[in-house]
Design a protein around this ligand. Structure first.
Ligand code: ACO
Length: 330
């Protein structure tokens, strides 16, 4: 029995903030941001979203899309376990920017999606949140405990941003992505998951509070160089660990957390794998933390770039410092 991703869905807020917009409010410019990060614009959940509903609404819209896509697929393809959303027996949300400390975002989604009695909880692992949630879903399905799991990555990092700190403010955007993961006896599904944490790097990237607080300046704190060096060193390592049982030539895409185009290029170089295998959309979204991998996956799926049987390696890294990878057959 394997855990197969049978559908994806994603959602980003409509409002975009361009590099030029940012250069109007802080000492930065389009050229610096593009050459250092690859980012051109990002989507921000502005006042259109009530503050206590930002993560919830973004996630809800991504989940609706993933569930509708799964239901459509179930009509035409034989998906072993999933017929409609009432089959979902667990919801796992990777997020480090929930609207509330509790209840879990997953519990609010459960009610709003009308999925009764499913287990529901959040996982907090910053930019590695979706990888951790997918790994957990894989373990539950492999163990035979649950059959259909809604796996979500959502983050609203704009709520942690100090808009006077150009070193971090230009990097992040808001968004959500989701995947329906089902027990399958086909060839498709997760092949291997790997998760690691170097807790000793916790001071390199942290937030003491859930919201940026102007008086206490208690938003995000990041040592960009340390995180960069860590990502460039550890991401190839964890990918090698995930793909050790197969030939790298057979991997169609490495879907990396979208933090910085230079990190993606460095990983491509270290793995000696061409950039064509590393799809990226950071230019349009910035770093959306736990949402970046499922947003990228959904884009590949919608553009018809994923075919049944394709080998894909997902890899995330971020605060913790945590990092992980999932090798799967689509
Ligand atoms: N615009 C213009 N200049 C800037 C900006 C800006 N937005 N930000 C910094 N600078 C200046 C600095 O002040 C510095 O000036 P100085 O030389 O006069 O001191 C100069 O540009 C160079 O700054 P560096 O910090 O050395 O720039 P670097 O090339 O290291 O790039 C960056 C910084 C983009 C943050 C990079 O280090 C990086 O991508 N790090 C990884 C971040 C990351 O991946 N985070 C992901 C995890 S997020 C999570 O888990 C929630």
């Amino acid at each position: 029995m394997t855990a197969e991703i049978i559908s994806t869905g994603a959602f980003v807020p409509e409002k975009t903030v361009t590099n030029d917009d940012l250069s109007g409010i802080m000492d930065t410019n389009d050229e610096w941001i593009r050459t250092r990060t690859g980012i051109g614009e990002r989507h921000i959940a502005d006042e259109e979203f009530p503050n206590d509903e930002k993560a919830f609404v973004l996630a809800l819209k991504a989940c609706e899309r993933a569930l509708n896509n799964a239901s459509e697929k179930a009509k035409t393809e034989k998906t072993a376990s999933f017929k409609d959303r009432s089959d979902i027996d667990m919801i796992i949300v990777g997020t480090s920017t929930p609207d509330f400390s509790f209840p879990a975002t997953a519990c609010r989604l459960q009610e709003a999606l009308g999925i009764e009695n499913a287990a529901a909880f959040d996982i907090s692992l910053a930019c590695t949140g979706f990888i951790a949630a997918l790994s957990t879903a894989d373990a539950y399905i492999r163990a035979g405990v649950y059959k259909n799991i809604l796996v979500v990555g959502v983050d609203v990092l704009s709520r942690l941003i100090d808009w006077s700190d150009r070193g971090t403010a230009v990097l992040f955007g808001d968004g959500a992505g989701a995947a329906v993961v089902s027990a399958s006896d086909s060839e498709s599904g997760v092949i291997k998951t790997v998760l690691h944490s170097a807790g000793s790097g916790a001071k390199a990237l942290y937030s003491k509070s859930m919201y940026f607080n102007e008086d206490e300046k208690a938003g995000m704190s990041m040592d960009g160089k340390k995180v960069y060096d860590f990502a460039v060193r550890k991401t190839p390592e964890v990918i090698r660990e995930a793909v050790e049982s197969i030939n790298c030539d057979d991997v169609k895409y490495y879907v990396l957390h979208q933090a910085n185009i230079r990190i993606i290029e460095a990983v491509s170089k270290r793995l000696k794998e061409p950039m064509e295998k590393f799809p990226h959309n950071i230019g349009r979204y910035g770093n959306t933390s736990a949402a970046s991998i499922p947003i990228m996956l959904d884009e590949l799926e919608r553009e018809g770039r994923l075919k049944k049987g394709d080998l894909i390696c997902l890899a995330g890294f971020g605060a913790g410092l945590a990092y992980g990878a999932v090798l799967l057959k689509f």
